[in-house]
Design a binder for this molecule. Structure first.
Ligand SMILES: Nc1ncnc2c1ncn2[C@@H]1O[C@H](COP(=O)(O)OP(=O)(O)OP(=O)(O)O)[C@@H](O)[C@H]1O
Ligand SMILES: [Mg+2]
Length: 488
């Protein structure tokens, strides 16, 4: 339930807000003056305040200034019918989340309100870095007891105290955003704003103005002055997600703001100075992007002051059990069934290679809770790819007719009966030398074999291996197989 407090002396505006935000998950409160709003905030504890600027008594800007003293993180949106650039700049300087011009356009109002509520949630989420699974009073935890995760926790603690730029790298779903939040929560900026921006989700030509803002008329379509994320986040922490996807021009501007805290809005000449801590993340190998001259080397070094590398889940299998336990509690539905997990299902989860990492594990548990019919999760409740990927229950069968010298079906299933023995032999090898990284190594060889067999036909190769073409393509990329086939 999100609570919004509207401060506006016009009955019409209050009425339209009640209609626009008439939703079960929103609780809207309205008051008619800044004074009344300030009295209500400590009582109502809203997640977002929207205030008019022109009002009898103290005006919206003054109200905003006083709200900032009460609570520096509470997002405030200002509304004005007299939209002047000065007013907007003034509002943003005092720390408004954003401002709106009246009469407002409903979809834009809604988008802004939902974004502000999300920002409020982002800032509120408390993070417990130590995996204290007994404690029930936390929203988000970074779970892990493996050595690799202990190293991560130490770095989180060290960098939280400092104000340095942090670069978090790791495959998709390894917890980069979670770790960024943890750093923020432990930092001395914890009572200042935290804003997140996904650089890959914003079209290239808009990213620069999203980050740095633009002046009115800076380009076609720039009908209003826009205040960018760096300015909004003054004093706070900015999480730049998917930093690998930026144009050279934007990279140059980021470098400058990291070096001396200054930038200009798009289409503007005035130099703006901000104090923002940047935490960046990417699932790309930035070193390679630097080598390929897609990413500025100097920016890379500037971001890489502190590097936190999150290990893929398959390299910290000991954590799977802990995470399963955590997700079972976190995702438990009141009155829902599955509250525990049976040993065979847990073994399958521990054996799987988790290409989507912790996110995939979380989704699998969520699904299992929904489909399970009893108290405990059974293998049948797990996604088919998890079962297919675990050595205890190999996936066999399926059409094999396009393989020229494949054994006939009967012989094939007899061979498949050997999978446990094969897996045991491989497991002995793996235990003997963990550097072998047996699962990715076997996967890689299988993909190469299948591609050689089919002269590189990915559709047929995928069918032979019992995976989708998309999965095959991901493996080819991940293991860098293409080059290898080409040079052979
Ligand atoms: N160590 C962990 N403990 C508990 N939950 C985790 C952990 N790591 C990741 N998660 C959960 O897994 C999901 C994915 O994490 P997150 O969004 O931080 O990953 P990401 O690395 O940013 O992924 P992407 O690169 O795809 O954006 C989230 O729901 C997060 O809460
Ligand atoms: Mg992410």
């Amino acid at each position: 339930m999100d609570k919004i407090l509207l401060i506006d002396d016009e009955a019409d505006v209050q009425y339209s807000f009640r209609r626009i935000f008439d939703a079960p998950d929103i609780e809207l409160h309205t008051v008619s003056s800044g004074e009344e709003g300030l009295r209500q905030i400590p009582i109502l504890r809203p997640d977002l305040v929207i205030t008019d600027i022109r009002m009898a008594g103290i005006n919206g800007l003054e109200t905003l200034k006083r709200i900032r003293q009460l609570d520096p993180k509470l997002p405030v949106i200002l509304m004005t019918a007299y939209g002047t650039t000065q007013m907007a700049i003034e509002a943003m300087k005092v720390g408004a989340y954003d401002y709106l011009l009246k009469p407002f356009d409903v979809p834009r109002l809604k988008a802004l309100v939902f974004a502000a509520l999300k920002a409020a949630r982002d800032m509120r989420q408390t993070v417990v870095v130590q995996p204290i699974l007994e404690a029930e009073d936390y929203d988000v935890g970074v779970i892990g007891r493996s050595d690799a995760m202990q190293t991560v926790f130490k770095l989180v603690g060290q960098t939280a105290a400092a104000d340095a730029t942090v670069l978090i790298t790791g495959e998709s779903g390894t917890g980069k955003e979670l770790v960024a939040r943890a750093i923020y929560h432990y930092s001395r900026r914890a009572d200042r704003p935290f804003l997140a921006i996904n650089c890959a989700a914003i079209p290239e030509n808009l990213l620069e103005s999203e980050l740095f803002g633009h002046e009115k008329g800076a380009f076609t379509g720039a009908t209003q002055l826009r205040i960018g994320k760096f300015e909004q986040c003054h004093g706070g922490t900015l999480f730049l997600d998917e930093i690998g996807d930026m144009t050279p021009a934007t990279q140059t501007k980021i470098l400058r703001v990291l070096q001396n805290g200054t930038f200009e809005r798009v289409g503007g000449n005035g130099v703006i100075q901000v104090d923002v801590r940047v935490i960046a993340a990417t699932n790309k190998r930035l070193e390679e992007a630097v080598a390929a001259r897609q990413f500025r080397e100097d920016l890379f070094y500037r971001l890489n002051v502190v590097r936190i590398q999150l290990p893929p889940l398959r390299d910290r299998r000991d954590d799977v059990r802990l995470l399963v336990d955590y997700f079972l509690r976190k995702l438990a539905v009141p009155g829902g069934r599955a509250k525990s997990i049976g040993r065979p299902a847990l073994q399958a989860l521990e054996a799987y290679h988790w290409p989507g990492n912790v996110r995939e594990l979380e989704n699998s548990i969520q699904r299992a809770i929904v489909v399970s019919k009893g108290q405990a999760i059974l293998p049948a409740d797990l996604p088919p790819e998890v079962l297919a990927g675990s050595p205890q229950t190999p996936s066999v069968g399926g059409p094999t007719s396009d393989v020229p010298n494949a054994p006939r079906p009967a012989a094939a299933s007899a061979l498949a009966g050997d999978f446990p023995a094969l897996a045991q032999a491989l497991f002995r090898l793996a235990r003997h030398d963990t550097r072998l990284k047996v699962i990715p190594a076997v996967e890689r060889e299988l993909v190469i074999e299948a591609l050689k067999e089919t002269s590189g036909n990915q559709v047929r190769a995928a069918r032979i291996l019992g995976i989708t073409r998309a999965t095959l393509r991901k493996r080819v990329e991940k293991f860098g197989i293409k080059q290898e086939l080409d040079v052979r």
